[in-house]
Design a protein. Structure first.
Length: 256
């Protein structure tokens, strides 16, 4: 009778250990799944931060390209107005018709930002529009300079030759045409247009910085919460291991 009782006790102890082990395995699996999910969230947030940084660098670079293209045209027309060297006309129209830094920059921005940051994109479009409007003044100045050098216009590029000048400017002497051209590209009106372009490009840069800072703060907060959850889950795993060890020790060593 005593042997049967001992056997029953051993069987009962074994069942308790088995049940406890199953519960501990289940609990550990649940916590492990939570840890895995947390790791995925952290990786996703990290990727998002990296993409935002990459986006800021990209937009900043394209905004700079748009400004560089506009400034290059300004430099070429001013140098031509002062020196009358036709190489600067060639450089000007090579930028406009072949290199196209301004147009390519806007195309890249439209492709990258379309549907995401319309305010930033609109500021980029307005900057290019202003730059194109500035070209009217620049071609006007080049026409004056070109006529001061080649009065009959036989050597002028079509873009310059076909640009209409008012009668009062056509009647100016060569020296007066040259002076008028220099005055035009260094005028307050010209400088004001340049400032407007710079302001629009500043909106582009500042807009992207603002957006990135906001999204970065949100992402950092999400990562912080995810790391806190990871710490909690890790502590739970440790507690489960300790609890499992204690319970199994009690069931094995202490008689029922």
């Amino acid at each position: 009778m005593r042997e049967q009782t001992t056997e029953e006790k051993n069987t009962l102890r074994g069942l308790r250990i088995q049940t406890l082990s199953l519960w501990m395995v289940a609990a550990t699996l649940v916590v492990s799944v939570l840890i895995g999910d947390g790791i995925i969230h952290v990786m996703r947030d990290h990727k998002r931060l990296a993409e935002m940084t990459k986006e800021y660098i990209f937009v900043q670079k394209e905004a700079e390209n748009l400004e560089i293209g506009s400034d290059y045209l300004t430099d070429q027309v001013r140098l031509y107005a002062v020196t009358k060297d036709p190489d600067y006309i060639e450089g000007y129209f090579t930028e406009v018709e072949e290199t196209k830094r301004r147009d390519k920059a806007l195309e890249s921005l439209e492709e990258h930002l379309d549907g995401k940051h319309e305010e930033v994109l609109e500021a980029s479009r307005e900057a290019l529009k202003l730059s194109n409007e500035l070209m009217e003044m620049e071609i006007h100045a080049m026409k004056l300079v070109a006529l001061s050098v080649d009065e009959d216009g036989s050597m002028l590029l079509p873009e310059i030759r076909d640009y209409p000048l008012p009668e009062d400017e056509m009647s100016l002497s060569d020296e007066e045409k040259s002076e008028a051209a220099v005055k035009l590209v260094f005028s307050e009106g010209y400088q004001d247009m340049k400032r407007q372009i710079e302001e629009k490009l500043s909106i582009v840069t500042e807009g992207v910085i603002s957006i990135c800072e906001k999204e970065q703060a949100e992402s950092e907060n999400e990562m912080r919460n995810a790391l806190i959850r990871q710490s909690i889950y890790t502590v739970l795993i440790v507690i489960l291991v300790i609890f499992s060890y204690i319970m199994i020790a009690i069931l094995i060593l202490r008689p029922i």
